[in-house]
Design a binder for this molecule. Structure first.
Ligand code: FES
Ligand code: MG
Length: 571
């Protein structure tokens, strides 16, 4: 140990300041030797009863503490803002950057040497990683883990995915309201995150693929006792990481992001991974762009989980989990060499992985779907890009030209979508404005607009939908998302009118509004942005500073990091 520990600046001082830092901590019953220069490990916890997906993290924190003490460290747990995806309005995404600020400033202000990030629900994992990356102390993730498979009327049902299906079935008159409500408890029957390959499980899968957690972290169910053991082992490992000085910037290299992009295709992961990976890359200074996501477009879909397939995360776990996916990528030469929290190359995560159910994790030669990665679309309607997830789309609609039907905002959509005289057919392209980072604000998950009721009754279950919104990682359909620049920022999307023709080609990467330039220039001259609903507080700060989706929707002044030690004392 040559390098002075960061925590010595708090607990190693033999003066008034050292007295204050130690004495007040001793009110919790910590003995003198807790302050003998051992690594202080912060356990950054997003536990909350309002974030049900993270409600198991109190228990897991105890597991982490066992491991930290065992390895000779001093664990200290602290809360940060928690973001309950299903509970927050207008959308948890509005607060991802606020969580990142909370995490960053908490880590920086306290006398800690390394951090264990306890997160799970959609925005908590990226928010914590963004914040930790901007301080760049040794950091490792333990995720909540997925809920047990949903069970109802003898069938497996998946978080989110079956909500969208059931709600369409009710609207089509194929399911009773009573059955609909009875399914609620069956869907969510243990602690943990959505057990589909939604955003939470996508992010924990990518965390594993980037070597930011111990192997198997992604898929072990929240209530599986092996997750508690994993937390314990993670506590041991972070103490070693502090001595080895393995920081997020060592792990989060361009290669790690490329591995994440390919892994996201192979697992059929969420479109939300795009904005989160871009934002995390911005914090560590890795030059990642939307175009890099094309690196995943030829990767086949291997994991047969909802919403792209039929199984759930418990099945994925028992089939072998992420190590099998990483092994498939490695066997194809598609796993880039990258440092991990283990201090070894990411190939160590794949080594020896065995698949126990080939219907759940398909082999490369017999995939669930070929070429499943996200597609980036560009054109005058999205000069800075938009994305579509082919694995969750209808193949025939991925090459399409049709007439737009425009909803100027979410309220208009909700008020009119079920009108019997809505002038739409199955070939219409539904367009929704005002749902981007600035517009909603927070870029809500409303891009998978409901199919108009009159078409649902005709049996239509998918249509092209275009917006500046995101969609839930559990959702599906031919949904074109993240149109950038967004309508509220004056993007071409703001100028689309009902009846305009739009051309979509996923194979050629095209999203084109077929209206000539002169006409568009006239419409642009007449356009004004909507008055923002929020005029004060954090939401105003967010609206004034949020970057567009193609840049990860971080706040402009949060990009980058500051690794300097804070030396001034408060007394
Ligand atoms: Fe929290 Fe899905 S809502 S993980
Ligand atoms: Mg979500």
């Amino acid at each position: 140990m040559t390098k002075k520990r960061r925590s010595e600046n708090w607990y190693g001082k033999l003066d008034k300041d050292g007295f204050i830092h130690r004495s007040w901590m001793k009110n919790q019953g910590f003995p003198d030797h807790a302050f003998d220069g051992r690594p202080v490990i912060g356990i950054c916890n997003t536990w909350s009863e309002l974030t049900p997906c993270n409600s198991g993290l109190r228990d897991l924190a105890e597991g982490v503490k066992r491991g930290v003490w065992e390895a000779g460290g001093f664990p200290v747990e602290f809360p940060v803002m928690s973001l309950g995806e299903t509970q927050m309005k207008p959308t948890a995404m509005l607060f991802r950057n606020l969580l990142a600020m909370d995490v960053e400033e908490s880590i920086r202000a306290y006398g800690i040497d390394g951090v264990v990030l306890l997160g799970g629900c959609d925005k908590t994992t990226p928010g914590q990683l963004m914040g930790a990356a901007s301080v760049d102390l040794p950091s490792i993730v333990v995720s909540s883990g997925p809920m047990l498979n949903g069970k109802w009327q003898g069938k497996d049902i998946g978080s989110g995915t079956d909500v969208w299906k059931f709600s369409e079935a009710v609207r089509a008159g194929e399911m009773t309201l009573q059955d609909f409500m009875n399914a609620e408890a069956g869907m969510s029957r243990s602690k943990g995150v959505c057990m589909t390959m939604g955003t939470a499980s996508t992010m924990s899968s990518l965390v594993e693929a980037m070597g930011l957690s111990l192997p198997t972290n992604a898929a072990l169910p929240a209530v599986d006792s092996r997750r508690m053991a994993l937390a314990h082992l993670t506590g041991k490992r972070i103490v070693e990481m502090v001595d080895e000085d393995i920081k997020p910037s060592d792990v989060l290299t361009k290669q790690a992001f490329i591995n994440a992009i390919r892994a996201n295709a192979a697992v059929g992961g969420s479109t939300n991974a795009v904005v989160h990976l871009l934002a995390i890359a911005g914090r560590v200074g890795v030059d990642l762009t939307l175009a890099d996501f094309e690196l995943g477009s030829d990767v086949p879909l291997l994991v047969n989980c909802m919403p792209s397939g039929k199984y759930l995360m418990e099945d994925f776990c028992y089939a072998g989990g992420m190590p099998v996916v990483l092994r498939e990528l490695a066997d194809q030469g598609l796993l880039e060499g990258a440092q991990t929290v283990l201090g070894r190359d990411i190939s160590a995560y794949a080594g020896g992985a065995e698949c126990f159910n080939r219907d759940v994790i398909h082999s490369w030669d017999a995939p669930v779907k070929p070429a499943a990665g996200l597609r980036v679309l560009r054109g005058n309607l999205a000069p800075n890009g938009a994305i579509v997830k082919p694995s969750a789309a209808t193949d025939a609609l991925l090459e399409h030209e049709g007439e737009a039907y425009v909803f100027e905002n979410i309220e208009e959509l909700k008020a009119t979508i079920d009108n019997d005289d809505l002038p739409v057919t199955k070939d219409t392209i539904l367009v929704l404005k005002g749902c981007g980072p600035k517009g909603y604000p927070g870029m809500a998950e409303v891009g998978n607009m409901p199919i108009p009721r009159k078409l649902v009754r005709e049996g239509v279950r998918d249509m092209i939908r275009v917006s500046d919104a995101r969609m839930s990682g559990t959702a599906f359909g031919t949904v074109i998302l993240h149109v950038s620049p967004e309508a509220q920022a004056g993007g071409t999307l703001a100028l689309v009118k009902t009846g305009d023709r739009i051309k979509v080609s996923a194979s050629q990467g095209i999203l084109e509004l077929l209206v000539d330039e002169t006409e568009l220039a006239e419409r642009r001259a007449a356009w004004t942005p909507d008055e923002p609903h929020y005029t004060r507080g954090y939401a105003k700060l967010y609206i004034d500073h949020v970057l567009q989706a193609d840049q990860g929707a971080d706040l402009d002044f949060l990009v980058g990091k500051d690794t300097r030690l804070v030396t001034r004392e408060s007394h």
